[in-house]
Design a protein around this ligand. Structure first.
Ligand code: CU
Length: 435
């Protein structure tokens, strides 16, 4: 009995039982989820005609094909649902805790038995922890190297716009500075923890303060941050504040976000978009364009963005409902689309889509406009193709776009005006009669 108490064997046994229980419950959950996934897959196959009732947002052809393929695979053996359940990970975590607890208990039993036999303690825990610090340092630094070379290579392609070079330069400078600081501080942090690990033969040296060190680690980061902030300020100002002359040179287009698509309006021959007002929005005039404004008479609605190469494009960005964000990663362009407040971004594409395809050796490559603000359930699908072409190709394409102020719109406006004037006349008559 004394032995059981001393080595806490009861506690150990209860841990083992708990572990077994957890293990069996995990496999039980895995099985149930499997069956659920299989049933779902079966139903999906049985009723392939079950399509979403709402109208498709943007080209759903690709999506449907994908999900059909997934269902066929799922019918055979789809275990993926199990790994998506939060319970799976909670139980996995608990299991890990129990495992660590068991290992700890075993080690404790080992140590106590050595102590009983009058031998020296089996483990030098200070040393073990020191060595773990060293291992963590080596593994961590390898992780940094791996993520920079493997993932870094995947994340950034060359900027396809002129101003993007400045942003990329800033990004590189910041990455280099922060990487140096990160690596050095971690070498010191983990290296010192290893080298000066606790030992009975050594006494810690009390070193509470040093003004010189304080000065160094205040002044050096202050200078580095000042350089980074000023560099950012001037680069951003250079990008967002083009001169009047440069603004006039640019092709002006308006892009207005809406849940969940982008509306694109070209400014026509006057290179000015007409005013619009949300109060004028009707089923036929979705952007609320004020056609009394002459500037809107030559405006054209387009289904995609086509822009000329080596000439600035000025985008007037707006939103019809909630916050969206105009984002073309290849051009390093991003600007919020705010309801009721137009924002602008001017950029110059360096390569045409065809040149970019050749450069990347990818015949299917396209520049794509995305939304970078989580704006609702269809946010992920809020994208629009952007094609960069030569100046001549652009002119030919733009000339073919239909003008928004067409006969139908004119007729609708005339009718609305006639109705309004009729009402006015009636009001005038009534007031005259009442006199
Ligand atoms: Cu959006």
């Amino acid at each position: 009995m004394g032995l059981i108490k001393k080595y806490n064997i009861k506690g150990f046994l209860s841990l083992v039982v708990l572990c077994l229980l957890l293990g069996s419950s995990i496999s039980l959950i895995a099985q149930t989820t499997d069956t659920a996934a299989a049933t779902k897959a079966d139903t999906a196959i049985a009723a392939p005609a079950a399509k979403p009732t709402s109208a498709p947002l943007i080209s759903t052809a690709v999506d449907t094909a994908k999900s059909a393929a997934a269902t066929v695979v799922g019918a055979e053996a789809d275990h993926s649902a199990v790994y998506k359940s939060a319970w799976f990970y909670v139980l996995l975590f608990l299991l890990l805790c129990v495992f660590i607890g068991i290992v700890g208990k075993i080690l404790k039993v080992y140590e106590l038995s050595r102590e009983m036999q009058g031998k020296k303690a089996g483990f030098d825990w200070q040393k073990v922890q020191g060595v773990l610090f060293a291992i963590a340092l080596v593994l961590g630094l390898y992780g940094v190297y791996w993520s920079y070379t493997v993932q870094g290579a995947m994340s950034v392609t060359e900027s396809a716009s002129v101003h993007g070079e400045g942003l990329d330069f800033m990004f590189m400078v910041t990455t280099i500075i922060t990487t140096i600081v990160f690596v050095l501080t971690h070498i010191f942090l983990f290296g010192f923890s290893f080298k000066y690990r606790g030992s009975v033969e050594r006494k810690a040296y009390f070193y509470p303060h040093n003004n010189a060190v304080e000065r160094i680690w205040t002044i050096v980061p202050a200078i580095a941050l000042t350089v980074l902030v000023l560099l950012g300020f001037f680069t951003w100002r250079g990008i967002t504040s083009p001169s009047e002359a440069e603004q006039k040179k640019a092709v002006l287009i308006e892009v207005r976000g809406e849940q969940f698509k982008w509306n694109i309006r070209y400014s026509g021959s006057d290179n000015q978009v007409g005013v619009s007002n949300y109060k004028l929005i009707t089923p036929t005039n979705g952007l609320g364009i004020d056609f009394k404004d002459r500037k809107s008479w030559d405006d054209k609605l387009a289904g995609e963005i086509v822009i000329p190469v080596n000439r600035p494009t000025r985008v007037m960005i707006g939103s019809k409902d909630v916050l969206h964000s105009f984002y073309i990663p290849d051009f390093r362009v991003q600007m919020n689309a705010v309801p009721g407040m137009p924002t602008f971004f001017q950029f110059t594409p360096k390569y045409t889509t065809a040149q970019m395809r050749e450069k990347l050796n990818d015949p299917k490559f396209d520049f794509v406009l995305l939304c970078a603000k989580i704006c609702g359930s269809g946010h992920y699908n809020m994208q629009s193709k952007v094609t960069v072409v030569s100046e001549a190709e652009y002119a030919a394409w733009e000339a073919k776009l239909p003008v928004m102020y067409n006969d139908d719109v004119k007729k609708e406006l005339q009718m609305a005006e006639a109705k309004a004037s009729g009402l006015n006349n009636k009001v005038a008559l009534n007031t005259n009669n009442n006199r």
